[in-house]
Structures are given as C-alpha cells and as structure tokens.
Design a binder for this molecule. Sequence first.
Ligand code: HEM
Length: 431
Amino acid sequence: MTSAIANPPVFNVPGPAPAPLLGATLNIIQFTKDPIAYTRQLFEEYGNLVSLVEGGGTRLYSPYSVCPGTVFACGPEVVRQVATQPDVYYKCPLTGPLYRFRNESARAKPLNHFLVGIFGDNEEAHKKQRKLMMPAFHHQRLGSYAQDMVAITEDELNKLEIGQVRNLSATMQQVTLRIAAKSLFGEDIGPEGASTGGILHAALAIQGSLAMRLMRYDLPGLPWHRYLNLVAEYEQAMKALLASKRARGCDDPDVLSMLMQVRDEETQEKLSEEELLGHVGVIFVAGHETSANALTWTLFLLSQHPKIMADLLDELDAVLKGAAPTLEQLKSLPLLERVVKESMRVLAPVPWNGRVTAKPTELGGYSLPEGTEVFVSLSQTHHMRDLYPNPESFDPSRWETFTPTAYELDSPKFLLKNYAAKGICCWGSGG
Ligand code: HEM
C-alpha cells in the first residue's frame, strides 16, 4: 500500500450531508454515541453501502496517512468480496489510528508492536504468522485450557449470592479477563485483576474514549499520557514474563509458552520478542472482550425469555447432572449451541470487521479509492430480513433447520471452516 496518493479520486459513496456548522464531526459524534443504531438508520436510508458522510473525509480506524473516507457495508455479497480479496482489503493493528503516532522515541516506540500482532499482517505475512500460531490453538490444547476455564468460572460463581444485584457485564469481564490471563500468560490474576491482563484492559478502556480523540497531549492528567504509561507498563510486565518463562524453559501449558517455542519450518527462526509482544496482546484483546460480550448478551437474552431459559436448564441438568461441564460434553448440548448462535446473531459481540482498501477497487457498484476504510457490519447482516425471517426475535429454534452460507453468517467459526485453508480470513475461535 502506498503512503500518499497524488490525485485523490472522487469519493462518491452516498451518505448524509455534513452538518452545517460542525461538519463531519457531528456525524462522527452521532456514530460514536450509538454505532449500531446510527448505522442501521443509514443502511435503511441509503442501502447496503453507505458513507459516514457524503464526500468522505472521515477517519475512524485507519492508521494510513491518507484516508479518503469511511464506508459501512452489509450483506453476503459484500462479506464475500471483502473476505476473499485479502490483497485488496487490509486488516490494521488494533490500535487503529493511534498506530500513526508510533515513532522511535522512548514513549512512542512500544506502539510499533502494541496490539499489532496478526491484525497488522496481511497477505503472505499473515499466512505465515497464522501458521506459526496454529499449534497453540490446536483442539488438543483446548482440553487443558478448558480445565482452567471451569475452575475460574466456578470460583467467580461461588461469589454470587441469591438476591444480590450485580453488574452482569462487569462480572463477565472479570471471568473472561481471568481466563484469558491464565490460558494466555499462565497467570491467575485472582479477583483483583492487577496483572498484565489488567493493564491491557485499562489501556483499552482509554483507547476507545472520545477524550482520547480530542486531546492527544502527553501531559500528566490527560488520557494520552495515561495511555502511554499503561503501554509502557504492559511492555515492561510482558518482558519480565517472557524472561521468567525463558528461564523455566518455556514449558508452561499456556499460549505464550507455546508461541515462544514455535519455529518457522523453512528458516527455523523463532518469533522475535517484538512479534511475541504484539501477538499475545492481540490474542488477549481478541479473546477476552468478545467472549465477555457474548456471555453478557446471552445471559441477558435468556433472562428475557424464561421458557427458553427453563428448557436450557433442563438440558444442562440432564447432561451434566449438577457437575461442571467437560469439553466432550459440549456436543451433547444442542440447545446450548443454538442459544449461543442465536444470541450472537441478535446481539453480535463483535459488530464489525474493519478493513482498509490497499488499492482502488469497486464494491456494491461504487468505486472505492485506495485507503478507504470499510466497516463490514456483521450486526446488520445478521438482521437482514430475507436471510433471517423475523430478525429481531430471539428464536434459537431457527438453528434446528437453518444452515446459512459462510457469507450470510460471517462468523469466525464458519469463515475458518470454509476459508482458513486459503489463509484468508479470521481465526475461528469465536463465532
Ligand atoms: C464470542 C467470541 C468471539 C467472537 C465473536 C470473535 C470474533 C472475531 C471477529 C469478528 C474477528 C475478525 C475476523 C476478520 O477480520 O475477518 C476475529 C478475529 C480474531 N479472533 Fe476472534 N472472536 C471471539 C473469540 C476469540 C478468542 C477466544 C480468541 C483467542 C483466544 C480470538 C482470537 C482472534 C484472533 C487472533 C483474530 C485475528 C485472526 C486473523 O487475523 O487471522 N477470538 N474474531
């Protein structure tokens, strides 16, 4: 991808006009306040391909120097085009636009790899890194992670009291934070959560804030300063963790230790310290918040549908007989699988797949200049009436007979099954 474009081509994807005084800033604020509702309204008004603002000129995610505009898109055909053209649609580091602020100064240097990992790799580099990382996610490994998942979940469940009012989202964040820290780093961070995982979690919370967009000064008291402190703290803590694992021979049963051992088949090279720092942070973020969202929304939807909840509890009682589940028992819990699928359809834990066009292209009948950021809306695709009749209703039974194509579902698991062999899309642990 080139870094500058001599004659920026016309950006002609339709969208709402910029507001009279605030211009595109108002559209960005409206989007930031409620992204799903705002884009749903845009899709209804303009169709399956819509610009955040007419004429472009916005940037929400792209780290590249030129960004002609922001496009939202939905539907199986869009999903197909984006998923099957990895040379056209590039992924970007999870730091998004903040990646542009990396440099060689001591404060900003860690941004070169912080939350970059596999999201920063495209085409051949992406295939190579995925291949190196695969063993850590092999089915056999999941068995050992599953034991930790059960133990931590039971520990957190034991803290709940009947009649007590709890913030469900915070509780699920805590469960998945502990599970991610244990299975990725081998750390049981305990209830207080002060650890590498806790630092990452705090950095992420600042990264997404509006204040961060508006005041990027490295001065005490401001979010950018606090963010850079956390990034440095993460780097230090991770380096110490890497050193202690090396001293123990990288033999622990966690993802990080596995990644420290892998070697490239041809060159026999190991992952560098920078690559390890990038990969582990990204896997942590990709696995922790997504799973917390999925759990929170599933429990919320069950609380709104007591009959489905009762049927699910019957299934769990019949199969588990009051004991904690094992990995093997999952296939004997068909209603649970349908409930989770339907929950992730109705309230997608990851509503978007973000990409930036690496070259000029065409999508949905419109020309997209190089550098255009494209947000494929999984959420909107999952609510298309012709794909999912009565899309707003939570109806797990639709999955008894329904087998959508990978592009209609656009979930990591389905994409992996169908396309990972070509090395072109998502990881596949979710969905
Ligand atoms: C409900 C849970 C999850 C959901 C909904 C989910 C969703 C997603 C989505 C939508 C993508 C982007 C796909 C793309 O850009 O084409 C993705 C990528 C990824 N996810 Fe997940 N995910 C979940 C759980 C996890 C877990 C538990 C892990 C790891 C422990 C994980 C690791 C990753 C990684 C590493 C990628 C990048 C893959 C690549 O670029 O090749 N995810 N996930």
